[in-house]
Every structure is written in structure tokens, then in C-alpha cells.
Ligand binder design. Structure first.
Ligand code: NI
Length: 188
């Protein structure tokens, strides 16, 4: 397994639509290596998800794994690694939730964006088996974020209030109320 370089915002590939993985590619060593490298890279970078275009592969697939790490210390849910190939959302809740997100393609930034509170996504797993995942809360947020990557959309495209775009350490100091953040500047 190899840790690959994660492209940062500004690289044109991140703005392109990906193409579906063909059935002929399923058993290829190329696809399996890509998936293994993506999981390794996500862990190395303390991400909770990674989409193929972020490692220069224009394919419709992403991985995610929800487990506390230095970038996301306060997660309420956990999810072992999942590989979603040719995913599509089949159901979206009407209700939206505005919450904080980061992205490995915007290192050190956080922003608050709206996402559907719950979604249902169907995809193939790494063995080519059909999977159907009902997700809510943070997991639904991760899935919607990674699906955006497959269509060339990035985190900041979704921001409604530009005042919520900030550096991660300042977010931790002043805006993360679940982890000791305070809402005002210290007076000294
Ligand atoms: Ni991202």
C-alpha cells in the first residue's frame, strides 16, 4: 500500500466529473491497488473520507471510515472502512442540517455547510456486491461530501455564510463548543 499525494483545491482534476467504474475493471489489480492506497492515504492524513479524484483518479468511487483522529476528535458515531463504487443517492430527507466540515483538499480549513440530515445511497462494494446504506447525521454528511467530489464540487461551493470559513485551529479555539471552544475572544 502506498500513501498518495492528495490534490488541493485549484487542481483542475478536482473540478471534473468522474466516470463510472466498468464491470471489466472490477477484478483488475489497478482498482484494488487504488482502493487500498485510498484507505491508507485517508488514514495517514487523518481524514474520514477520500474520493478518487483527490488522488488523481477520475473514477466514480470513494472510501470513508469514521473513527476519532486528531482532525476529528469528537465523533459521536463510528463506522469501519467502506468502499463505495459507482454510488448514487436514492433518498434524501427534506430536513437539512448546518454543521462543520473539513476537506483534505482544503488543508487546515473548516466551514459550516448544509447537508440533508439523512440519505440512502446504493453502490457496489469492492467485491462488486450491491450495497444499500441508510445513513444519518455525520455519516450522511460524509457521504454527501464525498459524492460532491465525484461531481467536481468542493466544500466551499456549499458554504452559505462565508463568515464560517476559518482555519481549523481557530475553529477549535472559538467555535467547537463540544470540545472546550469558547465563543468570545480571550480578554488578555
Ligand atoms: Ni473533501
Amino acid at each position: 500500500m502506498t500513501v498518495r499525494k492528495v490534490l488541493r483545491s485549484g487542481r483542475p482534476l478536482l473540478r471534473q466529473h468522474t466516470r463510472p467504474v466498468q464491470s471489466t475493471e472490477w477484478d483488475s489489480g489497478h482498482l484494488h491497488r487504488l482502493v487500498e492506497d485510498m484507505i491508507e492515504t485517508m488514514r495517514e492524513e487523518d481524514g474520514v473520507g477520500l474520493a478518487a479524484p483527490q488522488v488523481q483518479a477520475g473514477l466514480r468511487l470513494f472510501v470513508y471510515e469514521i473513527t476519532p483522529n486528531p482532525r476529528y476528535p469528537d465523533l459521536e458515531t463510528e463506522q469501519p472502512p467502506r468502499v463505495l463504487i459507482n454510488p448514487r443517492i436514492t433518498k434524501r430527507s427534506a430536513s437539512m442540517v448546518h454543521e462543520w466540515e473539513g476537506c483534505l483538499s482544503f488543508p487546515d480549513l473548516r466551514a459550516r455547510v448544509p447537508r440533508h440530515e439523512s440519505v440512502k445511497v446504493v453502490a457496489k462494494d469492492r467485491d462488486g456486491e450491491q450495497i444499500s446504506i441508510p445513513a444519518s447525521g455525520f455519516e450522511a454528511r460524509v457521504i454527501q461530501h464525498e459524492l460532491d467530489h465525484l461531481e467536481g464540487r468542493l466544500l466551499l461551493d456549499r458554504v452559505q455564510d462565508p463568515e464560517t470559513i476559518m482555519f481549523s485551529d481557530e475553529y477549535q479555539r472559538f467555535h467547537n463548543h463540544t470540545h472546550g471552544g469558547s465563543s468570545s475572544e480571550p480578554s488578555s
